[in-house]
Each structure stands twice: as C-alpha cells, then as structure tokens.
Design a protein around this ligand. Structure first.
Ligand code: ATP
Length: 124
C-alpha cells in the first residue's frame, strides 16, 4: 500500500496540479485571465458583497471544473492512447461540463455587472 502523504504536502500536490493545468491547458489560461479581469471590474464598479460571493463562486466553479477536466483527460490518456468511443464520451462530457459552467458564468457576469456599470457611467 502507498504511504499516505503528510498533511502539509497535500497543499503542495494540489498546487502542483493547478500549476500543471495552468502551464499546459490553453482554456485554463483563458479562465484565469477572465477571473482576473472580472475581479478588477468588481473592484472598479463597486459590486455589492452578495455579488462578490456569487462572482467568487462562479470563478471557482469554472476553474475547478477545468481542473477536473484536465485530470479526467489525463486519466483517459493513461488508460488508452488509442481512439476509443468510451474515451471520446468521457472527454466530451467533461469538456461539456466546463462549457456549461463557462457559458452560465458569462450570463451571471452580465446580470451582476449590469446595474453597477450603469450606475458608474450614469446611464438610465
Ligand atoms: N482516446 C480517444 N478516443 C476517442 N476520442 C478522443 C480520444 N482522445 C481525444 N479524443 C477526442 O478529441 C477531443 C479532444 O481531446 P484532447 O485530449 O485533445 O483534449 P483537449 O483538446 O486538450 O481538450 P480541452 O480543450 O477540453 O482541454 C475529445 O473531446 C474527444 O472528442
């Protein structure tokens, strides 16, 4: 049986996984750039506390799902590098999960930013 990692090392392993995904996954870079952009926007447009909560939940769900997608793709590649219909289903559904989260994060972003942006520019 493999020895259980010491508690303090679990953070190091998690950080290594996040760093791997950031280095290798183009979509992860896009998600991170968007997260930084909307966080800056939330500061500039003075989003209320509950909007901040929703924003952070949305960001963490998209980035979290991208990490799970990366893990799943890697496991599939570990199992087979041959074309296989089940490998396709596994990868496509994992990618679909990220797509759904990314799409609704855009919708949520529009809802959250609409009023603060209008108020900031004095529209309406
Ligand atoms: N072993 C396989 N068998 C069948 N289809 C596969 C296999 N590997 C990849 N595919 C198909 O190619 C697509 C892209 O797979 P790939 O591993 O290149 O992911 P990716 O381009 O890194 O995806 P993402 O943009 O989600 O990170 C999959 O969604 C799937 O449809």
């Amino acid at each position: 049986m493999k020895p259980r990692p010491r508690w303090k090392f679990t953070f190091r392993y998690a950080a290594a996984g996040i760093w791997y995904a950031l280095r290798t996954q183009r979509n992860m870079k896009v998600h991170l750039a968007m997260a930084i952009l909307v966080t800056a926007g939330a500061i500039v447009f003075h989003l209320p506390p509950m909007s901040w909560v929703l924003l952070l939940l949305t960001i963490s769900s998209v980035i979290g799902l991208e990490l799970v997608n990366t893990a799943l793709e890697t496991v599939v590649d570990l199992v087979t590098e041959e074309w296989h219909p089940l490998a396709k289903i596994a990868k496509d559904t994992a990618a679909g999960a990220v797509l759904i989260a990314a799409f609704f994060s855009v919708v949520i972003g529009i809802v959250l930013f609409y009023s603060p942006v209008c108020a900031y520019f004095g529209w309406g």
